[in-house]
Structures are given as C-alpha cells and as structure tokens.
Design a protein around this ligand. Structure first.
Ligand code: HXC
Length: 260
C-alpha cells in the first residue's frame, strides 16, 4: 500500500490512522484524501481490526481544513470534483464496518471539523479548536459540514457557526455536543486508546451491526428505523459471537469473541 500523507499502524485489534502533513497543519489536499480512501480499503478488508483511531500528526492540529493552496484556482467543475472526492471518502469512513474515534489535539477547522464529524466518536484535547471558516474564504463547507454539523449540534447552532465562522474551544464543543469528551492534551491518545480497547472487547460483529442500525436508522422514519434494528438484531443470532457472549455470561466466565 503506497501512502504519502497518511500513516496506518496497528496495535492489537486497533488501527491508528494519522493524517501526516504537519507542515501544512495536516491540511487535506487531493493526495491526502486519496490516501484516506486507500486506508479505508485496507481497513474494510482487515477482519482483525475492531476499532479505528483517526488523528493528526503533531499537537497543533487535527486537520486545519482542506488545502487552501490547492483550492485557490479551481473553477466550478473542479470545485465540484474536489468536494465530491472528499464527500465520497468521508461517507466511506462514516460507513466503515468498524467504529472510528477521532482524537483531536488542536485545530479541527473546515474540512478538519468535517472529517471529525464523519467519525463515530470525537475526543478532544483541552487545546482543540473547532469551526467552519469557509464563508470567510468565499466558499461553503464542502465535505458534508452543512449537513453533519446540523445533525450533530442542531440546526440553529450549526447555522450560527457556519454563518459567523466562529472558532470555538473544546469546552464549548463539549457543551453543544460536537465532541463526546475533553481530556488534557498529554492524556489524549491514552484516553482514546482506552476507549477503543473497551469497544474492541465487545463482540465486533455486534458493534458493527449497532453502527449499521444507528447510521441507516438515522436516514429514515422511526417505523422503518426500528425494522432496520430488528433486522440487525436478528442477524446477531446467526453469529458465533452471540452464542459465545450469552454462554460465557451464563457460565460466569470471560468472553472470547472471534468476530464471527
Ligand atoms: C493549506 C494551510 C492550511 C490549509 C494551515 N496551512 N492551514 N495550508 N490549507 N487549510 C499552512 C499555512 O499556510 C502555513 O504554511 C502552515 O500551515 C502553518 O500555518 P500558520 O497559519 O502559519 O499557523 P498559525 O499562525 O498558528 O495559524 C493556525 C491556523 C491558520 C489558525 C489554523 O493556519 C488557519 O487559519 N488555517 C486555515 C484554516 C481554514 O480556513 N480552514 C478551512 C479551509 S476551507 P507556511 O508554508 O506558511 O508555513 C475548507 C473547505 C472544506 O476546509 C471543503 C472543501 C470542499
């Protein structure tokens, strides 16, 4: 696998993906988006990965946005193509069959905030900052920000942040529900790894089906949504991990899940 701006590492059943362009505060150019796509391919195929951590190299930034140097001279068609590339990659990440936790040390702006929002869970350091500064650059958010921010924090707050381009600190991001947790910078990776390890200790097939039910259910009305849940719930009973989880409980012993 050839990657230029992204690092993929594994620690046991956890994959750690690092956006690695620290000189440009990990800004997302096309090359980096394609690297993320390649990494998603690898993660999809890897049945030994139960949870994924996505982070940015260095403490200063998670990702400071899409690459402004690359976008500056785009025409309308090229702008649409650039947005479509990011949206395709972010949707694949959002629908990856394992949970993705964003570990956000510093700036998560524009495309960086959008990347974090395409993850399942966001953990921020106390130094993290969030915002959608696009309107100040003469563009709209283009990697799903107009859609995911409203879904996560509600319509009014999303409109306020997008129209004002305000940059908010981690405590405010926590207050409005944009992040799940705020921790001291020096504990960030340790805390995120602990969360990933806890997730990975549960039945991977069940966690995958939980993600599927939540993601698909959010797109449809509640009657259809509970049908989706019932389908995924039913599928669990065709798995070895369901037998193992319930047998281990009744036998009062530790569980040994196999992702089957
Ligand atoms: C390209 C970037 C960048 C970006 C930072 N850099 N952000 N390059 N695209 N989004 C580069 C800087 O040009 C600089 O390069 C180096 O990283 C360090 O950044 P500085 O600005 O010197 O750092 P600092 O003064 O500490 O300021 C940090 C910052 C600022 C507040 C985060 O860099 C900033 O405002 N960045 C842009 C944030 C932004 O507007 N993001 C949204 C982009 S639009 P040199 O070579 O000078 O050292 C977007 C659209 C998404 O994301 C949808 C697209 C379809």
């Amino acid at each position: 696998m050839e990657l230029n701006n992204v690092i993929l590492e594994k620690e046991g059943n956890i994959a750690i993906v690092t956006i690695n362009r620290p000189k440009a505060l990990n800004a997302l150019n096309s090359e980096t988006l394609k690297d993320i796509d390649t990494v998603v391919d690898a993660l999809e195929k890897d049945k030994d990965v139960y949870a994924v951590i996505l982070t940015g190299a260095g403490d200063k930034a998670f990702v400071a946005g899409a690459d402004i140097s690359e976008m500056k001279d785009l025409d309308e068609k090229q702008g649409q193509e650039f947005g479509a590339l990011g949206n395709k990659v972010f949707r694949r990440l959002e629908n990856l069959d394992k949970p993705v936790i964003a570990a956000i040390s510093g700036f998560a702006l524009g495309g960086g905030c959008e990347l974090a929002m395409a993850c399942d869970i966001r953990v921020a350091s106390e130094k993290a900052k969030f915002g959608q500064p696009e309107a100040g650059l003469g563009i709209t958010p283009g990697f799903g920000g107009t859609q995911r921010l409203a879904r996560i924090v509600g319509l009014g707050k999303a409109k306020e942040l997008i129209y004002t381009c305000d940059i908010i600190k981690a405590d405010e991001a926590l207050r409005i529900g944009l992040v799940n947790k705020v921790v001291p910078l020096e504990n960030l990776m340790e805390e995120v790894k602990a969360m990933a390890t806890k997730i990975a200790s549960n039945a991977p097939v069940a966690v995958k089906l939980c993600k599927d039910a939540i993601n698909r259910g959010m797109q449809v009305d509640i009657d259809r949504a509970v049908e989706i849940e019932a389908e995924d719930f039913g599928k669990c009973f065709a798995t070895e991990d369901q037998k193992e989880g319930m047998t281990a409980f009744l036998e009062k012993r530790a569980k040994n899940f196999q992702n089957k």
